[in-house]
Ligand binder design. Sequence first.
Ligand code: MG
Length: 415
Amino acid sequence: MTTRITDIQVILTAPEGINLLVVKVVTNQPGLHGLGCATFAYRHLAVQCLIEQYLRPLLIGRDAEAIEELWQLMHQNAYWRNGPIENNAISGIDMALWDLKGKMAGMPLYQLFGGKVREGVPIYRHADGRDLSELCDNIQKYREQGITHIRCQSGGYGGSGYGAAPAHAPTGAAQGIYLDPRQYMRDTVKLFDGLRSRVGFEVALCHDVHERLKPIDAIRFACALEPFDLFFLEDAIALEDGDWLRQLREKTNIPLAQGELFNHPFEWRTLITDRLIDFIRVHLSQIGGITPGRKLQVFAEQFGVRTAWHGPGDMSPLAHAANIHIDLASRNFGVQEWSGTEPPNFVIQTLKGPREALLDVFPGLPEFRRGYVYANDRPGLGVDLDEAEAAKYPCDSGVTTWTQTRLIDGSLQTP
Ligand code: MG
């Protein structure tokens, strides 16, 4: 008997104050359903509408086992392709179909990807601090947990929080998060110099520019950081300035990571075939889920490019699990960004809500132990959803402000 899709439901929940969007694909087999992540935290209502109004009617009655066919069907249905809202919507259903496939096979997903090549996934965490001393303290706390890779910065991306324009901005300049690129570069080079003096060279350190430099400044910045042996420098070049990566590559030997904003295969294809980057940082739901993610991982393997999938707080435990299952089975795995869980009483990141709430809503989140993350061996993604718990944490439909970054003359800068 063919397993057919009988319903597709959207569940919105924000147990940590971050809008999460879960997709549930229901089938004609009693008790058999799949769960996936379609989280686009700042456009969740648009993604919900797309799934409920367009993809649900498109897919009801179809064969739930035909993942590739259904992915292509969704991808081509609107004629125009590869927008972030569309891709996130498709991802929610795609991950749910893979979850279903694993449940039908009675296997965790990494088995369907060829089986484990490592028992646990090495992860990196973010350490911040108001000054070098506080940053070193936070790094030490992570190292005591066995974490070997740490992303470092001081004072958030580029500096201050959202608020009024500083005194040196033009009269009448709008509110925002004000960035002085020259000061940011000076402070960050000094920070890494201090870090290496204090913590030595054993720990692998990363830094994320978050696209906040002009290309020539990014080149100078990367060269200045070379003595500090970074594991990678992330998003030194903005998506729109991608052609500059070739010049950056020629000028520096610092390992480059790029790609959390990518939507379309054209954005990464040449970077990989021309070996202009070392780590591909794609956000799985942003490119349409596990199906394109696995294709990208296998493609990158052919060119010696490693994966470092995006793993921020604004994605659900289902998406973290999808990353981990691919990581477990990938030869060209580099490192995994992790914002999941640590042991109780070990939370040094600023969280907007109770950590326990996330685990109540999503039982089965892959477990962190001594520097590694382990998938559970339940079939599929291995993560469940408690819908009664999820309903306790409604999403916020307000307009976000954190993306309003401004340069010192008050003009907007990509966040
Ligand atoms: Mg990043």
